[in-house]
Design a protein around this ligand. Structure first.
Ligand code: NFE
Ligand code: MG
Length: 519
């Protein structure tokens, strides 16, 4: 029996540890742990609720727009304007959020995941003129290999030409991500942490100049997605096609739905481009009942009052709790484990009859001669993310042309309220919910339940491991010293620990000391 510990396993955004007990070359037990403690929920207490749309974005620099937007949805309900967001406000929110999706998906494939498959040393004797690739060759020549090393050695399967193609895209993707950030900033003011999404709509106003600039950037992003991202994912999938059967997971998926097409005050009835619901292996979409969401802290370093709905949730650390092994909580839907993310969204859209999604998903499956069950896998997660990236970028082009310069973007409201509010939307990594309770115009309680919390959460009271843990258990590990299988499985979920452990003590106390081993 061997124990493999990978700490940290994430390439950015916080420390996540994975421990796997391997017996006879197969993972028998797996533990996913969030190894840091933060605290945005507690910071909100007693503040003006409107601060939530700014402060909650500080959960993360990768998906701040999602936290600002989901906070704004919750605040729309608190202030009673959830049924009266103007068309301009709704569309601007979609554009800001959509441009961040595109950036985040490109970031994930190239800069967080690709180096698990692509051998950068293929550039060591590069003799061409591409400035980006020459830079990579120089890095290799000097032995200065960060961020490419350290890495596991052995299972790199692309040809030299394919590795060079992928590294070329890796370098180009840096520029394209900047372009996507600039697209967010056109209507969001800046990126990260936009200034314009607020309760009641958006403070930015559309103009023909801004719309043209946005369109021009999105066009270049679409060229990159068509010319690099989609072909590179297919190329990697071709060489590593066994990963269509590795990392299967819990086969239960949840999407809160995203990109509003109307302003129905009830978020379970609001028309959204990507639909809301629960999908199982039968590919049938069932409606979501948000009252069935709970957070369990049985295996988390928090005071335990049993699984509770987020409106009743609390964030009280207990670092010495017996049996706990993570700062991440374990969210459940109707007591069940749920995977969230691009795969969940593409499955929800597929099951709902979206012909664009069906055609792209079927195209990828046909390319590999695979059936729908291949989607429940490590490569299924990469493919779903790439498909979504392309479809979101196309939608952005259409939506920006629906803006009406000169018409309102914001609906005003009175501030002295006592009310509760729920925000449900999707972040790039999956379903994101914010719940807040406001009394006498001040925040009494704030709870965020975040995508990586769903995916990377630990075992619950019923003994059910979280989705990533389920993906790891049963995996064959060929070389325990180079556990490619484990890092590829975990990274395909695109975990973000800053989001997952978004809690901190109000006084910034030191809650524990951790030794972070080199990967
Ligand atoms: Ni820090 Fe985030 C996304 C959110 S993941 S990246 O996407 O919310 O939990
Ligand atoms: Mg939380």
């Amino acid at each position: 029996m061997a124990k493999i510990v990978i700490d940290p396993i994430t390439r950015v955004e916080g420390h996540m540890k994975v421990e796997a007990v391997v017996e006879g070359g197969v993972v028998r037990e797996a533990r996913s742990s969030g190894m840091m403690y933060r605290g945005l929920e507690n910071i909100l207490k007693e503040r003006d609720p409107r601060d939530a749309a700014r402060i909650m974005q500080r959960i993360c620099g990768v998906c701040p727009t999602s936290h600002g937007l989901t906070a704004a949805y919750a605040l729309d309900e608190v202030y009673g304007v959830n049924g009266s967001i103007t068309d301009n406000g709704r569309i601007l929110r979609n554009l800001i959020q959509g441009a961040n999706f595109v950036q985040s998906h490109i970031l994930h494939f190239y800069h967080l995941a690709a180096l698990d498959y692509v051998d950068v040393t293929a550039l060591a004797d590069y003799g061409g003129d591409d400035p980006g690739l020459k830079k990579v060759r120089e890095f290799i020549g000097r032995g200065a290999l960060g961020p490419f090393m350290p890495r596991y050695e052995g299972d790199y399967r692309l040809t030299k030409a394919e590795n060079r193609q992928a590294v070329g895209s890796y370098v180009k993707a840096l520029d394209l991500r900047r372009l996507a950030h600039e697209a967010v900033a056109i209507f969001g003011g800046k990126m990260p942490h936009n200034m314009s999404i607020v309760a009641g709509g958006v403070t930015a106003t559309p103009s023909v100049d801004k719309m043209t600039s946005f369109l021009w950037k999105i066009d270049q992003l679409i060229d990159f997605i068509d010319g690099h991202y989609l072909p590179d994912v297919l190329m990697v999938a071709g060489r590593y096609s066994d990963y269509f059967g590795i990392g299967v997971g819990c086969k239960q998926f949840m999407s809160f739905g995203c990109f509003d097409l109307d302003s129905n005050p009830d978020l379970t009835k609001r028309k959204r481009w990507l639909p809301q619901g629960i999908v199982g292996a039968d590919l049938k979409l069932r409606p979501l009942d948000p009252t069935k969401i709970t957070e369990d802290v049985q295996s988390s370093w928090f005071r335990d009052n049993g699984p509770v709905h987020p409106y009743d949730g609390e964030t009280v650390p207990d670092r010495d709790k017996a049996g706990a092994y993570s700062w991440i909580k374990s969210p459940r839907y109707d007591g069940q484990v749920m995977e969230v993310g691009p795969l969940a969204r593409m499955l929800a859209g597929y099951a709902n009859g979206d012909t664009e999604i069906q055609s792209m998903v079927n195209g990828v499956l046909a390319h590999f001669g695979a059936g729908p069950s291949a989607l429940f896998s490590t490569l299924g997660r990469h493919a779903a993310r790439a498909i979504e990236c392309k479809l979101v970028a196309q939608k952005l082009k259409n939506w920006v042309l629906e803006l009406k310069p000169g018409e309102p973007t914001f609906t005003d409201f009175p501030l002295e309220v006592t009310n509760r509010g729920m925000g449900l939307h999707e972040a790039p990594r999956g379903a994101l919910g914010h719940w807040l309770d406001v009394q006498g115009g001040k925040v009494k309680n704030y709870q965020a339940v975040v995508p990586t919390t769903w995916n990377a959460g630990p075992m619950d009271t019923k003994g059910q491991p979280g989705p990533m843990e389920q993906s790891l258990i049963g995996t064959k590990v060929k070389d325990e010293k180079n556990p490619f299988e484990l890092v590829r499985i975990v990274r395909a979920y695109d975990p973000c620990l800053s989001c997952a452990v978004h809690v901190v003590t109000p006084k910034g106390e030191d809650l524990g000391r951790f030794v972070v081993a080199a990967q």
